[in-house]
Design a protein. Structure first.
Length: 163
């Protein structure tokens, strides 16, 4: 059964958003300057306000994940028990890699757990197309995001197979 996927974020170990992608209807946009879910207009030329809004959205998402993850650890012990949370409008799925990369996926509220999907994105797409690419930087400092065409195409194909 197809599910609605809203957005996808990757945060590095320095808490910077190194990749984000939004799926709004049939349009998709990616990169550090993507417009937010509520933004209107073409995805090809985001305005300064849309870039700021996308950056603010990424910061809010990371802050929420960070706070909920810490709360779950304090209440439940050292187990990393935080996997997802749900509101009336969306469900946030979370996966953290051994290298402290954080993958976040926002879907419709009724979606099943996407932890395995995030793990597959990490193993089959991120490692294959970004980590093993000798031209890809190891660190993405200064807000420079991941720009890898093979990764983006693979992600689009993978996600569109679920929608």
């Amino acid at each position: 059964m197809p599910i609605q996927i809203y957005s996808f974020y990757i945060f590095d170990r320095h808490t910077e958003c190194v990749y984000s992608k939004l799926w709004v209807g049939q349009q998709a946009s990616s990169g550090p300057g993507v417009p937010s879910l509520g933004a209107a207009g073409p995805a090809a030329a985001p305005t300064a306000a849309q870039r700021n809004r996308a950056s603010d959205d990424a910061k809010l998402i990371f802050g929420t994940v960070f706070s909920l993850r810490n709360m779950a650890r304090k209440l439940g012990g050292d187990d990393d028990a935080f996997i997802c949370y749900r509101t009336a409008n969306y469900k946030l799925h979370y996966y953290e890699t051994p290298t402290n990369l954080r993958f976040v996926l926002l879907t419709e509220p009724g979606a099943l757990s996407m932890r395995n999907v995030l793990h597959q994105i990490y193993i089959n797409l991120w490692v294959e197309y970004v980590v093993k690419n000798p031209l890809s930087p190891v660190e993405h400092k200064g807000g420079v995001g991941v720009r890898n065409e093979l990764f983006e195409l693979g992600l689009d194909k993978f996600i569109s197979g679920m929608m």
